[in-house]
Design a binder for this molecule. Structure first.
Ligand code: R5P
Length: 285
């Protein structure tokens, strides 16, 4: 077995190879002057079981993933598991308005064409798994996030909205703390409104747990409310730290700590999804 990492996920690919105790393959990726992507694999993958790791946070990373799958299949590999730790476009999972694309379905159709199995991490809505025609599994980063928050002495876990409370419950159960949720209304892509709700957070170390932090709007509004109600410390925790549009700077003004997983590699990736991916991959061996 060999693990290959695309340019979006070099750290996670290295950690996964270590967890699985297998070799990490050598991949070159570069951009032509016009921006087109070029990939080359330097290992012989003939009859190998291959694990490809690449998040698809933007269109460039997505195209790189498709090229890597193509390059891997040229070797006539025995099997290919494609790990997409952060699967972009997952939030456009249905028609919200007539005339739109179901973006997650369109990308799933492209990704599943050249692989045997797909592993995803904390997808926004599990419903998108029904768009796959091949074996697919959603692995959760929440177990490792919970361990981090437990070690940090968190005394209460909050979900920013009722719809995501099941994730917060998993974390609260592992830590052994109470769980509550806020009432969020999304105004537009950048603006959210959190309705005032009295919470038992006074003098407590509180964690807000979400699947994605994108613009940070959700967490900023939630954290302000917790601080107004006397929370001693607010930790923002998510699987996917996208941090678009200066989100980190905005967050640092209102929260004490920000933690995310290595599904998107950045300075807050203190937690790894590699152990959970490793367990899932071992089930396919
Ligand atoms: C939405 O339902 C998600 O679970 C996140 O709460 C959302 O994507 C966060 O976005 P932002 O950081 O832009 O508020």
């Amino acid at each position: 077995m060999k693990v290959l990492g695309g340019s979006a996920s070099p750290l996670l690919a290295t950690r996964l190879a270590r967890e699985l105790d297998v070799a990490l393959g050598k991949v070159d990726t570069k951009r032509f002057p016009d921006g087109e992507c070029y990939v080359r694999i330097h290992d012989d993958l003939e009859r190998e079981d291959v694990i490809l790791v690449q998040s698809t946070r933007n269109d460039e990373e997505l195209v790189e993933l498709l090229l890597l799958q193509d390059a891997i299949q040229e070797f006539r590999v025995r099997s290919l598991i494609t790990v997409v730790p952060y699967f972009g476009y997952a939030r456009q999972d249905k028609l919200f308005n007539k005339g739109e694309a179901i973006s997650s379905r369109a990308l799933i159709q492209a990704i599943q064409r050249n692989t045997d199995t797909v592993l995803l991490c904390d997808v926004h809505n599990l419903m998108i798994l029904t768009y796959f025609d091949i074996p697919v599994e959603n692995v959760s980063g929440m177990l490792q996030i919970a361990q981090y928050l437990k070690d940090a002495g968190v005394e209460m876990v909050l979900s920013p909205d009722e719809g995501s409370v099941s994730r917060a419950r998993i974390v609260g159960q592992i830590i052994g703390t109470s769980v509550d949720y806020l009432e969020k209304t999304r105004i537009d892509g950048e603006t959210v409104k959190i309705t005032t709700k009295m919470l038992d957070v006074y003098r407590k170390r509180v964690a807000i747990v979400d699947d994605i932090i994108a613009t940070g709007g959700t967490i900023v509004e939630a954290a302000k409310q917790l601080k107004d109600q006397g929370a001693k410390e607010v930790i923002a925790a998510c699987t996917h730290g996208l941090f678009a549009q200066g989100a980190l700077e905005k967050l640092e003004k209102v929260v004490d700590t920000i933690v995310s997983s290595d599904s998107i590699e950045n300075e807050t990736s203190a937690v790894s999804v590699a152990p959970e991916l490793c367990k899932a991959i071992k089930n396919y061996q």
